[in-house]
Write a protein that binds this ligand. Structure first.
Ligand code: PEP
Length: 255
């Protein structure tokens, strides 16, 4: 039985004051009936204060990015060691904005994935196709290529699948991110089950165990149907995670 994970990606939004309000709004509405795991991923500079504000709350803190390097002359980068030093538990790797705006290739994403695990941080591997790729019928080819980059990094399928079993996958169709266009529950389920089947070709155990989140304009009004799908184990939420009421409403739909 996989636990549901509801994760908020705040992207580059917020200020000390607005984050305080957002966290008060979230923690003030948590109740014992909610049994999904909850995660927030603030901009890096706010991680420490968010960790402190959430000290007694059942909400994990993640980062939005990690360097593929350990340390050294890499101006502006933040290492896995540094994130771990601040108690970060999860990190997004390969978000489509990182891939498209910051030229992160599948190979770089794979290195970041491995670096996160090396430092004891759970990577949330973001994968998904563009609208053009969906229309060309290459959705699964693109997704397999994104997963294969991680497998190739480790060089051995069994080792790689064991590593992947320690991670989370987020299926985020690029055309649905920040656009208000959501994949239908059937479209999302179709890709989620194909991802699980692909992993099962090498490891049934990993396929059964791994949480596969859906991301792309998820909100309170569409979360219930998406989260009801057999292979959808949670959500990665951008815009709607910046409003406490909306985020909590999604968490409540998750049970
Ligand atoms: C995201 O940034 O991962 C995301 C899914 O954004 P949104 O919910 O705004 O589409």
């Amino acid at each position: 039985m996989r636990k549901t994970l509801i994760a908020g990606n705040w992207k580059m939004h917020g200020s000390q004051d607005s984050i305080k309000d957002l966290l008060n709004g979230i923690t003030g509405q948590l109740d014992a009936s909610m049994d999904s795991d909850i995660l927030v991923c603030p901009p890096t500079i706010y991680i420490d204060s968010v960790k402190k504000q959430l000290e007694n709350a059942p909400v994990a803190v993640g980062a939005q990015n990690v360097s593929e390097q350990d340390q050294g002359a890499f101006t502006g980068e933040v290492s896995g060691d540094m994130l771990r030093d601040f108690g970060v538990e999860y990190v997004l790797v390969g978000h489509s904005e990182r891939r498209s705006l910051f030229n992160e290739s599948d190979e770089i994403v794979a290195k970041k994935f491995a670096k996160a695990l090396e430092h004891g941080i759970k990577p949330v591997l973001c994968i998904g196709e563009t609208l053009e790729q969906r229309e060309n019928g290459t959705t699964m080819a693109v997704i397999k290529q994104q997963i294969d980059a991680v497998i190739d990094f480790y060089g051995d399928r069994d080792v790689a699948l064991d590593k992947i079993s320690q991670a989370v996958i987020a299926y985020e169709p690029v055309w649905a991110i920040g656009t208000g266009m959501t994949a239908t529950p059937e479209q999302a389920q179709d890709v989620h089950s194909s991802i699980r089947n692909y992993l099962a070709e090498t490891s049934q155990d990993t396929a059964d165990k791994i949480q596969i989140l859906y991301g792309g304009s998820m909100k309170a009004s569409n979360a219930e149907q998406l989260l009801a799908q057999r292979d959808i184990d949670g959500g990665l939420i951008g815009g709607a995670s910046l409003k406490a009421d909306e985020f909590i409403a999604i968490c409540k739909k998750a049970g």
